[in-house]
Design a protein around this ligand. Structure first.
Ligand SMILES: [Zn+2]
Length: 92
């Protein structure tokens, strides 16, 4: 599994909302309660680059994540460019 930020648009009231989840799953509208709204867009948050005390840390959501990302450190770099390069390679 991975970690996603899903974007939803309600088919009944056109409400927009986002939700983080371990899959691209359907959600319930927070405004009118319509069920089984399907994500219209999804951002992959499995790998994230975080700045920490002058270093750049790449964290990864492990396959075991279900209800939270459970980020684990995957690598630590001196520059943001290196960290992003690592994250791109890791995502493929
Ligand atoms: Zn709605």
């Amino acid at each position: 599994m991975a970690w996603y930020l899903n974007h939803y648009e309600c088919y009944r009231c056109s409400e927009h909302w986002t939700d983080e989840w371990s899959c691209m799953c359907d959600d319930e509208c927070p405004n009118c309660g319509a069920r089984h709204a399907t994500p219209i867009d999804s951002e992959d948050l499995t790998l994230q680059v975080l700045a920490e005390a002058g270093e750049f840390v790449v964290v990864r959501s492990p396959d075991t994540a279900e209800h939270s990302p459970d980020y684990e450190e995957a690598g630590r770099f001196a520059s943001e460019a290196l960290a992003k390069r690592f994250a791109q390679l890791g995502a493929n």
